[in-house]
Unconditional design. Sequence first.
Length: 743
Amino acid sequence: MSYDQPQRLKVLLALPVAQPFDYLAPLTEDGKALLCRPGAIVRVPFGRQSRLGVIWDDDAPGLDAKATPIPDDRLKPIEAVLDLPPMGAAMRGFIGWVSRYTMAPLGAVLRMALPAIVIEAKAPTRRLCAPAPDADHQGLRLTRARKAVLDEAKSGPPQSIAALAAAAGVSDAVVRGLVQAGVLMITEQSGDGAFPAPDPDRLGADLSADQSRAAQILCDLVVAKAFAPVLLEGVTGSGKTEVYFEAIARALQLDAGDDAQILVLLPEISLTSQWLDRFKARFGVYPVQWHSDLGPAERRRAWHQVASNGARVVVGARSALFLPFRALSLIVVDEEHDPGFKQEEGVLYNARDMAVVRARMEACPVILSSATPALETLLNAREGRYRHCLLPSRFGSAQLPDIRALDLRVDPPESGQWLAQGLVDAVDETLARGEQVLLFLNRRGYAPLTLCRSCGERLSCPHCSTWLVEHRYKRQVQCHHCGYFQPSQPDCPACGAEDAMVACGPGVERVAEEAARRWPDARLDVMTSDTITSPAKARMLIGRIEAGETDIIIGTQIITKGYHFPMLTLVGVVDADLGLRGGDLRAGERCWQQLMQVAGRAGRADRPGIVYLQSYDPSHPVTEALISGNRDGFLDQDIADRRAAGMPPFGRLAALILSGPDLDALNGAAKAVARAAPMAPGIAVFGPAPAPLARLRGQHRQRLLLQTRRDQPIQKILKQWLATVRLPSSVRLRVDVDPYSFL
């Protein structure tokens, strides 16, 4: 359809801009304006370049209605309307909501939903194997490996050589040999093809009575097709995943004709090989994945198939929340308490909270699953805003582990060692039984500090106000904030003293060194983000542990992500006090969650588990709650403390972070912001003060904190406040509504 008169359109660009720009509709060959509707994805001229954008609603909330319109004769026409499904009204509304809530530019939020590198990538071509029609098997010796390949090829859609070989459990050479023999043929297909659909009718796991009740509640919510937030809370090992799998199956069964879509958010998608394998066992295929480890071709295929309903179940990291789903019928946020759901760069948002918002806009249920729910989520369930499904016991005969404290004031490790004798004895006994041990320390590298024993020089990052961490495996010292590194050297760079640099404190590599020395015959694996750098490496390590080829695992927080190791019966926490140091308002809650999660790795099958917490303060409320199992008492006290202080969720917080290369200019800007701070009942402003990380990536940093009552419009207060301040061009201001990090 076209019009004789030019159509004036608002186009929001996928750039950090606050408002859409006006353009004219593109012209048809006969010179008439092409009718374009909101949601159409377009390419427009912007400066000297072409940019991606979306035709935006004229009456969208938050747009500047007072802006003076540019005359039609000065407007440029849209270059092209792309052959892509338009962005739906619910998605456009969600993008606007996120922008207003986080106070991020509208176009910056759109850019997360419209990644140019994915949309503009060329459609790849895939070479796939399929059975050759009328293939002559006469004279071909059908070995067991060849028969496995042929059976796999006949049972499903065409696959790549590598995928077919992996599914059949053979080498690529076996598949290539069948291609050369003419039994299999190679076909070329577009890499943007639809993904295999999960089969919801496959037999699931046998559920306990508690699991069945919870699954029925979730399935009923799916059938209702309405917004319904629900907390699925269950102790570690209670089978929460199998329960929400039933909700996924019900959604697929219910909407099979409508191609309804399901989104599952996980905090660290690259480390969830066990979860992916469980999904395939339940539904016959792997889900569609979305995370940063995918290559451009894989990301392009996933994005396009989500947009065209060719992806039924998507599992992804927090950015998957901004994929262009056409018929979203269920959202699951697994490990909803995990701080990894908070985006700390670019647009600052919490994917768990935004998942609830998107579910409301899509009118679908959202399941928040955790063994250790966030305090905000738990309060919403207690107060009736969320449904609450509880799994109070482990599945089958498995029991929760016995948790004990080792008081390091009474039973300290030997000099230069990090494991107390009580823990060493427990490891000896566990290994003697042929069971597995996990030693947990949430600190990467070998040592957090390296100093000179002659002059006291401490190795620091030249770009950040932090020490360099020694990584002995790599023979480097590294900054964990900006990535700077330099080779490890024994001589002091300040005073020149030879062989004077000393590693202070333990990291996981140092614990592994001690373990190797104490138990030389044990098979050790270190599991950190430094050693597990890809999904493939994660899968290999998990496979070794599951096969009983590892005796002792030394790991950081990535080992807490829901793994199930039946032979792991002993967990030793090397420093149970670590998460309580430095602190913020969530320090106690986070420490309790992390230690409860790592403790939950022990005794998940028919063998009892035990957990030892090495601590210099066993009387701390967090440690006492873990030992006694009195979670509610600990959380009730935390709730009371936050209520008394007006802290979230009983009050609102927003952080203002100013940064710049010039310290004097930064300090002046911070003081100007503070002078303009609002003064009213129920509002408090703290700062400015140097951030705990006062220098980060070469930028000096100052922080202010705004605290308001829960019922006050914090975004409106911030907007009015910051409108009165003009900052120098060298100073950058970031606003973090609902901050999780106070560094």
